[in-house]
Ligand binder design. Structure first.
Ligand SMILES: [Zn+2]
Length: 273
């Protein structure tokens, strides 16, 4: 994982992903190429290129969107999470449209593809960002707390006004857990009661039970991969957004009912050190 100190790394070769955008419903092709040390993760379409960093985040309402100079890249967080989990610091991600493919709603397909392509060290240390003192910020019922620690650990408390989701808590640490096994397969989710509002706002056009866990009043479809798949997905998103900091992190980060806005704010605060 890029969150631990060590040498920077990139992919050994190219990886290609085809799918649809969960919001646009449009087909899209994403190509991920190796890149030189200190490149970071750069998104490219035509002549436009945007580096994945907190200052380039333009929207956090439904997924994390980065953009600059008129080019936007929507829903970058699952790819960023997979790259971070695979230990990839440097890559160029070329996309033929505005939105990344949702694939199966998790980071699993990215992780298995990067595993096949392989990752190579680049002989240069990655930057490291530390939580220097206790930090806390809140918005309505959502609270995010960061505290100093030699290791990187994140945790999340999910509270949802749905009997199917309810409340759950989970931690992730690089030393104790496996990103590929424990986090990457967890899919995104949505309440069926919110789907209509999203569709009338022109969103979720590509959403289906192929790529989203659909939560009804008393059940979820399709079947869960983990009994606590919802909170695992929140950790997946948090890792992807924290990767915007662009390096290793020493510190613990705890989110209570937080979303992309809080994760991106934390990445921004880490970089300011
Ligand atoms: Zn997500």
């Amino acid at each position: 994982m890029i969150f631990e100190p060590g040498e920077q790394a990139t992919l050994e070769g190219d990886a290609v992903f085809e799918g649809v955008g969960v919001h646009s419903g449009e087909p899209c092709v994403l190509r991920v190429f190796p890149a030189e040390a200190d490149t970071g993760i750069v998104f490219r379409r035509g002549a436009a290129s945007v580096r994945a960093e907190p200052g380039n985040v333009t929207d956090v309402s439904r997924g994390t969107t980065i953009g600059a100079g008129g080019a936007t890249f929507v829903c970058v967080e699952h790819l960023l999470s997979a790259l971070a989990g695979a230990g990839v610091d440097n890559a160029v991600c070329e996309l033929d449209g505005p939105e990344l493919p949702v694939l199966d709603g998790s980071a699993g397909p990215y992780v298995s593809s990067f595993g096949q392509v392989g990752v190579r060290a680049q002989g240069r240390e990655r930057r490291c960002f530390s939580v220097k003192s206790l930090e806390c910020f809140a918005r309505k019922d959502a609270v995010m707390v960061a505290s100093p620690s030699a290791e990187f650990e994140i945790s999340y408390l999910l509270r949802y006004d749905s009997p199917v989701i309810g409340m759950s808590f989970r931690k992730f640490s690089c030393s104790k857990d496996s990103f590929g096994r424990d986090i990457a397969p967890a899919r995104t989710f949505g309440l069926v009661s919110e789907a209509e509002a999203l569709r009338s706002a022109g969103l979720a056009k590509g959403a289906s039970e192929e790529n989203v866990l659909v939560v009804y009043d008393d059940h979820v479809r399709p079947a869960l991969r983990f009994s606590d798949e919802f909170v695992r997905h929140k950790l997946l998103d948090m890792l992807g957004d924290l990767a915007l900091a662009g390096g290793a992190i020493s510190g613990t980060v705890f989110g209570v009912a937080t979303g992309h806005w809080a994760n991106v704010e934390m990445a921004r605060r880490l970089r300011k050190e």
